[in-house]
Design a protein around this ligand. Structure first.
Ligand code: PBG
Ligand code: ZN
Length: 324
């Protein structure tokens, strides 16, 4: 049927009918709030390029998580800023490391919220790479043991899910095996399965102090030009035991989200990363875009593409809006 018999505008005219024909609905349950934990007391260091986000000491962290929980956000993901860095990232798997302490603090304050921990070494190595270094090379197999040790220490501290973001080959399998051996066979793994070597991570690296001191991450993170390879990376992680797979970043990779949704039936997460957040904040501050509109359109698009979990620095603002 064509015009004038068919008029697509008919279902757009009444606000109620617009709601009824809406295909995608964002819900606070779709949101995961990233948080940065740092040592000390009463510390709330603003992150310049991420307005509204801070490096938080444990006292403030508890408070923020309580707010998130009250807004209906079901989960947070924790990143740590350690006191010391060294070639072997010892602070990443120290039993009293910053993330391990943060997990306990959050669990004490808000036991109901799901606590996810980012498992990587880059904030803990003095060279800033996601694995250990051998000369100029990022050593894959030697990194696996330390990543697994980190995941197990997060689990021991009480984490509800671990999320390896390092992009070393075989890390999901190594972490799964280590968790099982330590008696954490019920702890799920959310794998950063298709993680691209992206310039959109800039603000995060400031926030987590995790920029590489030499070279870049191109030998382990994916080439932004590749799509079929993302499917292969995801399938490998599924084989190795991932329970949730993630695409990262989200906005410039909606086609990847869609492809993974089509080809993999595991729950799918997408990371609306720091640079995506910063661009919207910056343009809004200039008065060039409507922040609320662009935020909701962006998050809806990520869900429409196929993600059912969205890691986003907008989690609190979006949940507040969705609750109105
Ligand atoms: C650490 C990690 C990064 C992000 C999440 N975990 C940075 C990176 O890989 O360089 C990026 C998150 C963001 O930009 O919001 N491996
Ligand atoms: Zn890393």
């Amino acid at each position: 049927m064509l015009f004038p018999d068919y008029r697509p505008r008919r279902t757009r005219l009444h606000p109620a009918l617009r709601r009824m024909v809406r295909e995608t609905r964002l819900h606070p349950d779709n949101l995961i709030l990233p948080l940065f934990a740092i040592g000390g007391k009463g510390v709330k260091n603003p992150i310049q390029s991420m307005p509204g986000h801070y490096q938080l000491s444990l006292d403030y962290l508890g408070e923020t998580v309580r707010q998130a929980f009250e807004l209906g956000i079901p989960a947070i993901i924790l990143f740590g800023i350690p006191e010391t860095k060294d070639p072997l990232a010892k602070a990443a798997y120290a039993p009293d490391g910053i993330v391990q302490q943060a997990v306990k603090a959050v669990k004490d304050n808000v036991p109901e919220i799901l606590v996810i921990t980012d498992v990587c070494l880059c904030a803990y190595t003095d060279h800033g790479h996601c694995g250990v270094v051998d000369g100029q090379m990022i050593a894959n197999d030697a990194s696996l043991e330390l990543l697994a040790r980190t995941a197990v220490s997060h689990a021991a501290a009480g984490a509800d899910m671990v999320a390896p973001s390092d992009m070393m080959d075989g890390r999901v399998g190594a972490i799964r095996q280590a968790l099982d051996e330590a008696g954490h066979e019920n702890l799920p793994i959310m794998s950063y399965a298709a993680k691209y070597c992206s310039s959109y991570y800039g603000p995060f690296r400031q926030a987590a102090d995790s920029a590489p001191r030499f070279g870049d991450r191109r030998t382990y993170q994916m080439d932004p030009a590749n799509a079929r390879e993302a499917v292969r990376e995801v399938m490998l992680d599924v084989e190795e035991g991932a329970d949730v797979v993630m695409v990262k970043p989200a906005l410039a990779y909606l086609d990847i989200i869609y492809r993974i949704k089509e080809q993999c039936d595991l729950p799918l997460a997408a990371y609306n990363v720091s640079g995506e957040f910063a661009m919207i904040k910056a343009a809004a501050r200039m008065g060039w875009i409507d922040e609320t509109g662009v935020m909701m359109e962006t998050l809806t698009a990520i869900k429409r593409a196929g993600a059912n979990m969205i890691l986003t620095y907008f989690a609190m603002e979006a949940a507040r809006l969705l609750n109105q």
